[in-house]
Design a protein around this ligand. Structure first.
Ligand code: F3S
Ligand code: F3S
Length: 112
């Protein structure tokens, strides 16, 4: 079960989590970051370092943020605005750099 980043990350994007991840599977959008569910190895190292407690295991995401479980997946499987193909599983966030866009859910989200 992968970890996911919820609404609390929106407009905070602290990025401490990125430093902790041993497989570099946390990708930078615009207002928020996203964990690649195909690349996360469930080590849990990212969870305690987030200052706003935005990260949790998918089955522990609070009810009000449940849509973010699917939305983290969507960031990688659907074509994001301004791109011609899904991000997929490129095997490392640093090598692709900041994506600079969000899923529609996050782009239109009022924030936490
Ligand atoms: Fe966001 Fe927390 Fe990481 S605010 S960027 S999930 S450390
Ligand atoms: Fe990385 Fe967190 Fe998964 S540190 S491997 S995104 S549980």
């Amino acid at each position: 079960m992968p970890y996911v980043i919820t609404s609390k990350c929106i407009d905070v994007s602290d990025q401490s989590c990125v430093e902790e991840c041993p497989v570099d599977c946390i990708y930078v959008g615009d207002r928020k970051l996203y964990i690649n569910p195909k690349e996360c190895i469930d080590c849990g190292a990212c969870e305690p370092v987030c200052p706003v407690e935005a990260i949790s295991q998918d089955r522990r995401v609070p009810d009000e943020d449940k849509e973010f479980v699917e939305d983290n997946r969507r960031f990688f499987t659907e074509v994001l605005p301004g791109r011609d193909a899904p991000i997929g599983a490129p095997g490392g966030a640093r090598k692709v750099g900041e994506i600079g866009v969000d899923t529609p859910l996050v782009a239109d989200h009022p924030g936490s």
